[in-house]
Design a protein around this ligand. Sequence first.
Ligand code: NAP
Length: 282
Amino acid sequence: MIVKPFGPAGRDVPAIGQGTWNIPLRGAAADEAKRALRRGIERGMVHIDSAEMYGDGGAERVAGDAIRGLPRESLFIVSKVLPSNATARGTIAACERSLRRLGLDYLDCYLLHWRGTVPLRETMHALERLVADGKIRTLGVSNFDVDDLAEARSVLEREPIACNQVLYHLNERTIEAHELPYARRHGIATVAYTPFGRGAYERAAGFATLAEIAARRGATPAQVVLAFLTREPDTFAIPKAASAAHTAENAAAGELRLDPDELAAIDRAFPAGRRRGGLPSL
Ligand code: NAP
């Protein structure tokens, strides 16, 4: 698994992590999802992404079961506060609830899920308070455009922004125009959510290029997608997989380095296009 520094002076984190949105919460499917997460961790995908929003805290509980008993320092656990909870006191309380559901005493990174109506200064200071209190190691944001990133940086007093988690897949490369270069200039990691784009790449004309590269490299098209999105030293992806077969496939993508010709061919097959409008999100 390729690992790289996550944000300024950040820890080494695997290029490919594991998402938990829409993870099954009950019954045999939840047991399979826990096994899948665990298998993913064993294969190096120790970055687990969750949020208080996912399943109303249920996803954090499932993730908590999956990581129970594993050495804490080997894991990189991320969760997110809902904008509606992101006041000075609400952020602290939300983090404490997430920690309880995950069975942890600190998070590796804690993000504002998207920007809401609470002043950014208030939320960012609450996140800095959580760092000072040892409840989170680093702080980050999600669905932030360049103006939001600049404002967040300007109101933070002590801590840098570790990451911006954004919608990024082969059919949605908007972030490459502004958010990714801005993040790079300021040492902020970019984390690609929904990296498979609801399967849009499979229906696109460019799929033949992916299939051809995959066949040549003994890989699958999904693995080529993940390798492309994480091709830069500061880009990460967090696919969600509820089956152990998908988890194994995604983890193996973390070993795949595409060469410049392959990257150029994918770039032509799935062009970034000209930026129109703001930052897209789900
Ligand atoms: P995704 O990871 O792009 O896609 C998940 C779907 O892909 C599932 O149906 C999964 O199937 C399937 N899949 C997984 N591995 C596969 C493989 N190797 N080959 C073929 N199909 C595969 O979509 P997502 O869940 O929307 O995004 C990933 C994570 O990003 C989320 O879980 C969440 O943690 C985070 N996220 C964050 C935000 C935000 O606003 N910050 C928004 C959306 C998502 P199975 O489940 O059946 O294995």
